[in-house]
Write a protein that binds this ligand. Structure first.
Ligand SMILES: NC(=O)c1ccc[n+]([C@@H]2O[C@H](COP(=O)([O-])OP(=O)(O)OC[C@H]3O[C@@H](n4cnc5c(N)ncnc54)[C@H](OP(=O)(O)O)[C@@H]3O)[C@@H](O)[C@H]2O)c1
Length: 286
């Protein structure tokens, strides 16, 4: 990452500070997203599944800031996979977002359901539709989400345009090292969803000790853990104070020894989601 942000293999620049919109409009209002624009965010991560595309459009409209100053990512949902479905899903996202292009469009999950046996063909034809949208100039970059190396291999075997991004769960305690290494070798930018482990890791003793050592919050340790490993974090917050805290990504640097400690800590804070498996639900899970 440079001070300006992250750069994709096709040269497209991503602003460093990105805002995740999952559950950001639970009050059926655009107010939280407007607050995030006010805090300085210009990169917004949404998806057809989140139900936040309309609210994002409303907040952008209200801001009076031109569309081209925003970076908008959306994703096609499991039921929208397949060549024809993707084209329709993309148009629906554009309509909800009140825009005529996306900055980044992702396949949300590699399998429509665990145990699906024809996922290879389905992913390949879904990707073919994304490639066409990219060639037609309707989207500036295309990529994946929740794809593990074996899913990406399948795309690479069939594609003409390789994926530029893979968005995966990533935070201390679940940093999916094999997937990160694989993507970085292929120059696929890794983005971190739940970079704060949806708060589940913020009380971990190792993270608390590092927060004390560097004089920052536990959330900042998690965000630095992403940025220093070349991973773009996509945090979500509700108050403008937290939004601003999460935007400030380069205020300190952790020693390499501490990064290794975070990389190798025992698994904690996993969401329970895995693309090849049924979701594991914990009783205390948010
Ligand atoms: N591709 C995928 O499959 C996928 C899956 C999940 C998420 N995502 C994306 O990733 C984004 C972020 O993930 P997430 O929302 O699951 O989790 P997250 O960003 O790790 O955590 C959000 C939680 O952390 C709290 N928080 C935010 N900033 C904080 C701070 N500075 N100090 C303490 N607590 C703080 C928030 O509380 P308040 O809201 O109360 O402030 C909220 O409860 C989503 O919004 C979505 O865009 C993608």
């Amino acid at each position: 990452m440079s001070g300006e942000g992250f750069t994709l293999i096709n040269g497209v620049q991503l602003p460093a500070g990105a805002f995740g919109t999952y559950k950001a409009a639970d009050g059926k209002s655009a107010d939280v997203i407007s607050l995030a624009i006010g805090a300085g965010y210009r990169y917004f991560d949404t998806a057809s599944f989140y139900g936040t595309e309309e609210y994002l459009a409303e907040a952008i409209g209200r801001s009076g800031i031109p569309r081209n100053e925003f970076f908008i990512t959306s994703k096609l949902w499991k039921e929208e996979m397949g060549y024809k479905n993707v084209k329709e899903a993309f148009e629906r996202s554009l309509q909800r977002l009140k825009t005529d292009y996306l900055d980044l469009y992702l396949i949300h999950w590699p399998l429509p359901y665990p145990g699906c046996t024809d996922w290879r063909e389905l992913d390949a034809e879904t990707w073919r539709a994304l490639e066409e949208l990219y060639r037609e100039g309707k989207v500036r970059a295309i990529g994946l989400s929740n794809f593990l190396p074996h899913h990406i291999e399948n795309i690479l075997e069939h594609c003409e345009i390789p994926p530029m991004v893979d968005q995966i769960e990533y935070h201390p305690g679940y940093s999916q090292e094999a997937a990160v290494k694989y993507c970085q070798e292929k120059e696929i930018l890794v983005q971190a969803w739940s970079p704060l482990g949806r708060t589940r890791v913020l009380q971990d003793p190792l993270i608390l000790s590092m927060a004390e050592k560097y004089g920052v919050s536990p959330a900042k340790i998690c965000l630095a853990f992403a940025v220093q490993r070349g991973v773009q974090p996509l945090p979500k917050a509700s108050s403008q104070e937290r939004m601003k805290e999460n935007l400030d990504l380069c205020s300190f640097e952790m020693e390499q020894e501490d990064i290794w400690k975070l990389v190798t800590m025992p698994q904690t804070g996993w969401s329970g989601e895995h693309p090849d498996r049924e979701r594991v639900r914990y009783e205390d899970m948010k």
